[in-house]
Design a protein. Structure first.
Length: 499
């Protein structure tokens, strides 16, 4: 189908049918329905299970057989008599094959070099439910699904402006996966949209089955352990990011939407921060910052102190820790690695098991194994407590992608702390910070706080400022910097409340 001459639709119907049948050899689900369109033979081609057969019979086949019975035939007359509002004309066989693959029936007519494609695709799909990975106490309960048009519709419902643009392309030699780039034209930087289109256009693979495939192929630094594109299943999160000048990438067949550019602080924010009172959101955000640090260096800090810096421990606590460790045959580093690997294995097992028993197995397994390990003298009680606190801290990170990155970095940090003490711990932190400060997401600094030049840019990083104080958008939106009008602070109007 690469030759342009081979792709042109022939005026001879049988020739077109033979060429399409040759492409769909050994495909039992492809239906060729022959019929008479007035004085001319025609054929309707569609895929069983992907086309609404009832709608096809009612709005295409029956009107064609009855209304066109005494007509001469032709695409023009056919379009006038069919009670279908949504149809497109295909001028090449490549387009015909594309429409058939999308589930749309295609009608080919004798002596016509164009085909009609009808939007009658229908297949089983998942209903819209609350996303399990991003649940909130207060906020919308809907989440994206695997159907692209439903996801686009959910975004359109939140941003009804015609400035919301949706650019589409297909990626994958065989999968031909439809990908949509969503952005607000008056806010997003055109250079950002152009860069995203360029990176997506470079992709030349057999198939795209999930947005993770695209993320890995277009991110700035593929060797970085940190995610460089935000992922979400929530339409409200996508709408909020579009209003800040970012772009969203939607992929057919997955509920996970990519958002670019992003920063490290985005992964420590939850959509619920903006639905609660601002001081509650700020307090919870600082709690996440604290426990994200604990999740990274908690076991490493304990190993360094126990191994090299016992003088930092109060005497009473040191005596208690010494008594609990006197029967342990392993050094603190081996003890920490043993417990952390076991905890990660239990967590992964809980994810893979059925939901009804997964949580019970992971919790009971951790309790039983931890108690048995203490009784057997393999690990000490303080180590079990440190690992438990670290595990809880990792659950406070709202985004799984950053959480798993921190969980993986925890192991080299323990090795550095166990061999070099606080020096190794500080060296590991310095390496991570250096990497973060040099990392970029589609040209934007990954640590946006490093480029702050005004307090306005800290209002949604250091704290969650009141909505009426966040007047400016982030630096990614260069055309319309102000997101709201002046004097948005709530309160009674002049003379309000007087009787």
């Amino acid at each position: 189908m690469n030759n342009n001459n081979d792709s042109v639709i022939s005026h001879r119907l049988e020739e077109n049918i033979d060429r399409i049948k040759a492409l769909y050899t050994d495909c039992f689900d492809v239906v060729f329905h022959h019929l008479q369109c007035g004085q001319k033979p025609a054929v309707v081609i569609y895929l069983t299970g992907m086309t609404d057969s009832d709608m096809l019979n009612q709005f295409i086949l029956e009107p064609t057989l009855h209304k066109m019975k005494d007509e001469e035939g032709g695409l023009g007359a056919l379009c006038e008599c069919l009670p279908v509002s949504s149809f497109t004309k295909a001028g090449t066989l490549d387009q015909v094959i594309m429409e058939i693959g999308n589930g749309n029936p295609v009608l080919l007519l004798e002596d016509e070099d164009q085909a009609l494609s009808f939007s009658l695709a229908k297949w089983e799909k998942r209903s819209i439910t609350e996303p399990e990975a991003e649940s909130v106490v207060r906020g919308p309960r809907e989440g994206f699904v695997e159907t692209l048009i439903d996801n686009v519709t959910m975004i359109r419902r939140k941003l009804k402006t015609p400035a919301l643009k949706m650019k589409t392309m297909r990626i994958g030699r065989y999968s031909q996966t439809e990908v949509v780039i969503a952005f607000v034209n008056d806010i997003a930087n055109p250079a950002l949209i152009s860069e995203i289109e360029t990176r997506l256009g470079r992709i030349d693979v057999d198939g795209i089955l999930e947005s993770g495939n695209i993320e890995e192929l277009i991110e700035d630094n593929p060797y970085s352990p940190f995610p460089q594109m935000q992922t979400t299943e929530r339409p409200d999160v996508v709408a909020a990011n579009l209003l800040e000048g970012r772009a969203a990438i939607l992929v057919e067949g997955t509920p996970i939407v990519l958002i670019a550019p992003t920063s490290i602080f985005t992964y420590l924010q939850s959509p619920e921060d903006y639905y609660q009172r601002y001081y509650i959101g700020s307090a919870i955000r600082w709690l996440r910052y604290l426990f994200a640090l604990i999740a990274l260096i908690g076991p490493s800090f304990y190993v360094a102190i126990v191994t090299f810096h016992q003088e930092m421990i109060p005497t009473t606590l040191l005596l208690n820790m010494t008594r609990s460790r006197e029967q342990i045959p392993f050094p603190a580093l081996v003890e920490a690695l043993l417990m952390e690997i076991t905890f990660e294995a239990l967590r992964e097992a809980g994810v893979r098991l059925p939901k009804q028993i997964g949580a019970a197995v992971s919790i009971v397994g951790a309790l039983v194994i931890g108690q048995a390990a203490i009784a057997a003298g393999l690990v000490s009680s303080p180590m079990v407590m440190v690992v438990a606190i670290t595990g809880i801290a990792s659950f406070l990170i709202p985004h799984f992608t950053l959480g798993i990155s921190i969980r993986l970095l925890r192991f080299p940090m323990m090795l550095l702390a166990g061999t070099l003490g606080f020096f190794g711990l500080m060296m590991g932190l310095a390496l991570i910070l250096t990497h973060l400060f040099t990392l970029r997401s589609f040209g934007e600094p990954y640590t946006s706080i490093a480029t702050v030049t005004h307090w306005n840019q800290l209002k949604d990083v250091a704290v969650r400022a009141p909505l009426w104080k966040m007047n400016r958008r982030p630096a990614t939106g260069i055309w319309n910097r102000y997101r709201q009008g002046p004097n948005q602070r709530p309160g009674p109007s002049k003379g309000g409340g007087k009787r």
